[in-house]
Design a protein around this ligand. Structure first.
Ligand code: ADP
Ligand code: MG
Length: 287
């Protein structure tokens, strides 16, 4: 039978806002070798603000923002939310006739009067749209209207206040750290460098994140565990791939909570360290 102390550990974790789905996962925290993080919404707030709009082919900034925000009406991606916030209250009724989210790239929406693409460079390339590459500090959202490049919207996120502390303390425990993101290299490298994350991989599609996790799995020592921490916006398959999948944040999706072994109920990445500390204490009592 399971020693009572494991229940004590699970209870202590719950009181700290960490739900552990079984004593085996509490135990697994003691043998971690590497913690892999998602970026947006996990190490950063996932609360983008529009900082600049550039236009092309005769479109105006307000047209670009309005059509992009309307096209994003049904997406819960942080980029989509930021466009809706910047656009303000939508005209009613919402005019989306058909809508498709392309994971790791963006969306394609048919409005009653326009076809709109909103996403990264990969999206415009894959949809065969001619465009000029944009630059700027932050994440660049490309917009195409009726198959013409209409402009770009620069959105900027902020690193969470305790992300740096979280990485520092994991390294102090002797753990390796890595960052996997669908965002562009420039943004990923900046965040990784600021936080002191050893390995940074950017511009990954969801399937490539899964492949990267499989690679890490093969590299690690057999008795050690690999953790992945994400908010679950299209990374549920990666959470499922890890020895320890950790869903993070008050906004974690249902799919992420379902796929995860641990759920952190707050927006604090330092809770990963708290969970490890509780696991260590539990093992001491159990032994
Ligand atoms: P991350 O790994 O940072 O969580 P995602 O895989 O969710 O990133 O997305 C990768 C990139 O694809 C984003 O940085 C953004 O440029 C683009 N993207 C994804 N979904 C959307 C969307 N709904 N609207 C606009 N852009 C999107
Ligand atoms: Mg994500």
């Amino acid at each position: 039978s399971i020693p009572l102390t494991f229940f004590g550990g699970i209870k202590a974790a719950a009181q700290a806002g960490i739900l552990i789905k079984g004593s085996n996962y509490l135990e697994a925290l003691n043998d971690l070798q590497m913690v892999v993080f998602d970026k947006t919404g996990t190490l950063t707030k996932g609360n983008f603000k529009v900082t600049e709009i550039k236009t092309s082919n005769g479109f105006t900034a307000s047209e670009v923002l309005k059509l992009a925000a309307t096209a994003e009406s049904f997406s819960n991606h942080p980029a989509a939310v930021s466009l809706r916030v910047a656009n303000g209250q939508p005209d009613w009724p919402i005019k989306v006739v058909d809508y498709q989210e392309i994971s790791g790239q963006g969306i394609r929406a048919q409005l009653n009067d326009h076809q709109v693409l909103v996403g990264n460079e990969k999206l415009l390339v894959s949809q065969g749209i001619k465009f000029s590459q944009q630059s700027g500090v932050g994440t660049i959202i490309y917009v195409a209207i009726d198959r013409s490049f209409a402009g770009s919207i620069l959105i900027a996120d902020e690193i969470k206040p305790d992300s740096q502390q979280a990485i520092k303390s994991l390294k102090r425990f002797g753990l390796k750290t890595a960052l996997l993101t669908g965002d562009k290299h420039q943004v990923a490298d900046q965040v990784g460098k600021f936080l002191g994350i050893e390995q940074v991989f950017a511009e990954l599609l969801p399937a490539q994140k899964v492949a990267k996790m499989q690679e890490f799995n093969q590299q690690k020592s057999s008795k050690k565990n690999l953790a992945f921490v994400g908010d679950g916006i299209n990374d549920a398959p990666v959470l499922a791939q890890a020895d320890l999948g950790i869903a993070m944040g008050a906004k974690a999706t249902d799919a992420a909570i379902e796929a995860a072994d641990l759920v952190i109920m707050t927006d604090e990445p330092t809770k990963v360290t708290s969970a490890i500390k509780i696991a260590k204490k539990t093992r001491q009592i159990a032994m």
